[in-house]
Design a protein around this ligand. Sequence first.
Ligand SMILES: Cc1ncc(COP(=O)(O)O)c(C=O)c1O
Length: 228
Amino acid sequence: MPRPFCYLQKRFIPLEEARLPVMTHAFLYGTAVFEGVRGNWSDERGETLIFRPIEHFQRLKQSAHIMHIGLPQSAEELSDITAQVVAKAGFHEDTYIRPIAYKSGEVIGPKLDGVEDDFMCFAIPFGNYLDPYAGLRCQTSTWRRVPDTSIPARAKVNGLYVNSALAKTEAVENGFDEAIMLNDDGHVSEGSGENLVMVRHGRLITPARSDNVLEGITLDSVFELARN
Ligand SMILES: Cc1ncc(COP(=O)(O)O)c(C=O)c1O
């Protein structure tokens, strides 16, 4: 029977059995980094194809490094744990995989050093996040993108997503599907959960890496496909 599965405190367990203490530092202060990895079910191959896992885990390790979160496992070892979580979940449909490296210590105070770390990962069934065929109605958000000088945008920090949540909520409340966030200087940065790219005069253009954006793996794939 397929069911959401989880790797937590070095154990593989059904997600419904996963528990964290309420004083977990990551819950108190948002001190965690994560990835959102797609598992695409292939009827033809009878297995889930995990989208660019090594790149996701290399980025997770970089995010963890920036946030002083110990993540000693290699990208390959983390991919292997993830593949086991997906296999144990056993879904024959698309999944969403959420690896998180987080401050697991039960400590008061917004510091990073001297607080215990842990790594967890879960997989749940999940269809399209946004409709890829209908097109999206986007609103330019009144919320500005958090500048890199306040929280590094190239690190996928859980706490940083308050910014995305405010922008997305505003857009949906106003009848739109998604928010486009601007930088403080008024230039386009990115969506609440995706990079932006457009075709202009036959070329792909996208905001610069210095425009407070996450260095997207999907974006990289778009450029790679276009190049080929
Ligand atoms: C803020 C933000 N920008 C961009 C992206 C796209 O990143 P990727 O293509 O690596 O999933 C995401 C994805 O979660 C995101 O949250």
